[in-house]
Ligand binder design. Structure first.
Ligand code: PMP
Length: 358
């Protein structure tokens, strides 16, 4: 689909001095660039009015559909600054495809994948001075909301697609620290036939109580079990999970009710390249505990765009806690992390053609 973006640079861009100050320690998700990309959809007219303009609030009618029935989807991907000054996007086509799938599941207007990528690239180009150097990156947040003014429960006839960008620092200062996770036995994240496999805002709203419970229990993150038998490991609130065994194999829960993570898919590919046996199989919390005790399980780690790979050091649950690999980051997690990060920053060759230069 060809839709030309009308580029309207901000009349009041942040000064070089102020931007440099904001990039010193941006943290995650609180600092934003000067611009946003925006495309509108109306039934009958299709996608139209593609613009890149100064970042600003949306005027939203109080009867706007998203505010009532939560027709909202989003994505998360990053732009990385290479040592030679170039800019890499990591697998934006995979995010575009998942966004398309999310829209279909939520009965929203599917956005053509090339339009998604174009919007992301246009924003990265105009705001490229905001990409931090070193281990930082520019986190890109494409999202779509239902904007029809109507209180009837039905798919909206109008949508706003937008991309905003937020510079982020290194997720872990001083190297990845193992995280502790809380096994949620009171709450589940996704049911068969539900929306667990897509990236809609409602999934995250529903996970917050479980995440709060994890924090109350002194843990960093929550891990969800399946909604039927309440014993198969699914995923964390915002990350997929892997297990590394003493026979050299890796295991990760199968797709279905979990989000098909792009980091998950990339790790499977890199591990297979190295000759590792990767199993996409169900794994119970009981087996996890037993394998940690017997020493059969060497490592466990979570993965996602934000943190790449986080080693899991400790698992806590109502029926007791257990440690993994002595609570320290293990070589499998750290080796895969380095391979992936080196590809993302363009420090090594890219055997799967994952990088797109902007
Ligand atoms: N699971 C959930 C629930 C997530 O929100 C995310 C982050 N998008 C992931 C897994 C990891 O996905 P990705 O590797 O594509 O970031």
């Amino acid at each position: 689909m060809t839709l030309k973006f009308d580029i309207q640079p901000s009349p009041n861009p942040t000064s070089d001095k102020d931007r440099a100050a904001k990039l010193v320690d941006p943290g995650f998700g609180r600092v934003f660039t000067d611009h946003m990309a925006i495309v509108r959809y109306s039934q009958g007219k299709g996608w139209h009015s593609a613009r890149v303009e100064a970042r600003a609030s949306f005027p939203l009618d109080p009867a706007g559909a998203v505010l009532h029935y939560a027709q909202e989807i989003f994505e998360g991907l990053k732009a990385y600054k290479r040592d030679d000054g170039g800019v890499n996007l990591f697998r934006p086509d995979a995010n575009a495809r998942r966004f398309h799938d999310s829209a279909e599941r939520m009965a929203m207007a599917p956005l053509p994948e090339d339009l998604f990528i174009d919007a992301v690239e246009q924003l990265v180009r105009i705001d490229r001075a905001w990409i931090p150097g070193g281990e930082g990156s520019l986190y890109l947040r494409p999202f779509m909301i239902a904007s029809e003014i109507f209180l009837g429960v039905k798919p909206s006839a109008e949508y706003i697609f937008s991309v905003i960008a937020s510079p982020v620092g290194s997720y872990f200062k001083g190297g990845p620290a193992p995280v502790s996770i809380w096994v949620s036995e009171n709450y589940t994240r996704a049911a068969i036939g539900g929306t667990g496999a897509v990236k809609c805002g409602g999934n995250y709203a529903a996970s917050l109580r479980a995440q709060a419970e994890a924090i109350e229990r002194g843990c960093d993150q929550v891990v969800f079990l399946d909604a039927v038998e309440r014993r198969y490991i699914e995923e964390l609130g915002g990350m997929n999970v892997f297990f590394a065994f003493d026979d050299g194999s890796l295991l990760t829960p199968p797709l279905g009710t979990i989000l098909p993570g792009i980091t998950r898919d990339s790790i499977i590919a890199l591990a297979k390249d190295a000759g590792t046996r990767v199993r996409e199989e169900p794994y119970t919390i009981q087996q996890w505990r037993a394998d940690a005790a017997s020493g059969k399980l060497k490592e466990a780690f979570a993965c996602g765009t934000a943190a790449v790979i986080s080693p899991i050091g400790k698992v806590c649950s109502a029926s007791g806690d257990f440690q993994i690999s002595g609570g320290v980051a293990g070589p499998v997690a750290m080796g895969l992390r380095k391979k992936l990060v080196d590809i993302q920053y363009g420090r090594t060759n890219d055997p799967h053609n994952w990088i797109r230069n902007v």
